[in-house]
Design a protein around this ligand. Structure first.
Ligand code: NAP
Length: 478
């Protein structure tokens, strides 16, 4: 029996994706470096669909219909290269190699170019939704050649999450575009979680609201503008009581957040692109600071806060909700803006409405908001920034007074709100008619003859700072 797809790498993600394909009627050839995982999967779930057991990559390749589709779901990094190196000599022109792991997009670009040279398609696909999503329907962001999508796309669309019956899977662009979009998705996810954390901290330390009561507040928020998977699970986590101590679960968890690297990748890439994703960056740094537990312990004795205890303003809970919404919106705007910069840099035709549509179900940042974001870019509308789309300009304007009150209160109380405050600074920075960057340019010209342009005409200039301070026209080196 020929299988329509082969999966190599049957740890939790690969196994669940393989089961998802099989449950959707495809025959799936299974392979794992150690055969035990293949057998464990077949023993536990072999009756869920049509599987072909293989022990070697040669057997896997031989089990597939042509053009072959081999999906790699092994540990990201060197293992992916190792599997590709073993697979390539076994494949024929036109076959498709898929990497569905969390690979860095530059690795995907390199691998795509190398395999294209051998007549093979290499497709990097971003998969979001964790273990459960992989099994029941993830959000899928495929890159690679358009041609490969003709063969692969229908299968991916079948196993993907659905929003109003529409699959959360579309070809997003060539070579590493899929992994890039997934990376930015994860960056936004970092910011989304951080703003939730900031809201929780303000309600707890600022307004004295205990986790169980906050769970009800978040559950209520989940019914409105903020409706999303992350708000929903925040209510669940805050409502949970530790069985051992009877304390709120959130109080027995060590307050240092881990990271696997995709948030950091987003920020590094944004720095290279010159893309101001300040909310995402602050959320990555906030995790970093939380992990500096030794320094934080010393700071308890050494650093003084001089906090003021302002009256928590009336309506504080609603203010925090609005600040959370506005900051969240800024993170999405920054992430989408970064996609726009990457599209120019890498020659990708990224369609922001389609990308927003992929995130409406299956993935971790799924939210009602994404349907509105999709509409803001639909029909060829291209606001230069999400915040400029009329619906969002209006929504964020309505939240600004509360947002300012919350940030001011947080500063006085000594509660760090790095994403709330940096998002407000981004918003004000965009709006400001004149930025102090003019002074920066003056300083750069004085110490490094970096030149500047004038507001009142064309050209590039330099002031003879160590001479008579006259201005000369300069050759533009930028
Ligand atoms: P994983 O723990 O990242 O990797 C384990 C798998 O990789 C095993 O099948 C292992 O085979 C195989 N492997 C490791 N080194 C290998 C090598 N040199 N040659 C061949 N096979 C090798 O598995 P995972 O958690 O299922 O994740 C897979 C990918 O999905 C990763 O890129 C991950 O970042 C991404 N991802 C994970 C999640 C999640 O929620 N876990 C969500 C989205 C994406 P053996 O059994 O023989 O050791």
């Amino acid at each position: 029996m020929s299988a329509q797809i082969g999966v190599t790498g049957l740890a939790v993600m690969g196994a669940n994706l393989a089961r998802n394909f099989a449950r959707n009627g495809y025959t799936v050839a299974l392979h794992n470096r150690s055969v035990a995982k293949t057998d464990a999967l077949l023993a536990a779930h072999g009756d869920e669909g049509s599987f072909v057991r293989t022990e070697t990559l040669t057997e896997l390749v031989d089990a597939l219909e042509k053009p072959r589709r081999v999906l790699i779901m092994v540990k990201a990094g060197k293992p992916v290269d190792s599997v590709i190196d073993q697979l390539v000599p076994l494949l024929e022109e036109g076959d498709i190699v898929i990497d569905a792991g969390n690979s860095h997009y530059e690795d995907t670009r390199r691998r795509e170019a190398a395999l294209a040279g051998k007549g093979l398609h290499f497709v990097g696909i971003g998969v979001s939704g964790g273990e459960e999503g992989a099994l029941l329907g993830p959000s899928i962001m495929p890159g690679g050649s358009r041609q490969s999508y003709d063969s692969l796309g229908p299968m991916l669309e079948k196993i993907a999450a659905k929003y109003d019956g529409e699959p959360c899977c579309r070809w997003v662009g060539t070579d590493g575009a899929g992994h890039f979009v997934k990376m930015v998705h994860n960056g936004i996810e970092y910011a989304d979680m951080q703003v939730i954390g900031e809201a929780y901290d303000l309600l707890r330390a600022g307004a004295g609201i205990e986790p169980a009561e906050q769970a009800e507040i978040f559950a209520e928020w989940n019914k409105g503008q903020l409706s999303s998977f992350l708000i929903e699970i925040t209510a669940e986590v805050l409502a949970h009581t530790d069985a051992k101590t009877g304390k709120p679960f959130v109080d027995v968890v060590v307050d240092s957040a881990g990271q696997k690297g995709t948030g950091r990748w987003t920020v590094v890439s944004a720095l290279e692109l010159g893309s101001p994703v300040s909310g995402i960056a602050e959320s990555v740094f906030a995790r970093g600071l939380s992990s500096q537990r030794d320094q934080r312990a010393i700071a308890q004795d050494v650093l003084t806060g001089h906090e003021q205890q302002p009256e928590v303003p009336e309506g504080f809970i609603e203010d925090v909700r609005q600040a959370l919404f506005a900051s969240k919106l800024v993170s999405y705007a920054q992430g989408l803006d970064m996609l726009g910069s990457a599209a120019k840099e890498y020659g990708w035709d990224l369609k922001l409405d389609e990308i927003a549509s992929l995130w409406r179900a299956g993935c971790i940042i799924r939210a009602e908001l994404l349907d509105d974001i999709m509409k803001a870019y639909a029909g060829g509308q291209q606001p230069a920034n999400l915040l400029f789309a009329p619906a969002f300009a209006e929504a964020i304007a309505a939240a600004v007074p509360a947002w300012r009150r919350v940030v001011a209160t947080a500063v006085q109380l000594g509660i760090p709100v790095p994403v709330f405050s940096s998002s407000l600074a981004y918003y004000d920075g965009l709006r400001r008619k004149r930025l102090p960057a003019a002074l920066t340019q003056g300083l750069r010209d004085l110490f490094g003859a970096h030149t500047y342009q004038r507001v009142d005409g064309e050209g590039t200039f330099h002031t003879l700072w160590s001479g008579d301070k006259s201005e000369v026209e300069a050759v533009d080196t930028h």
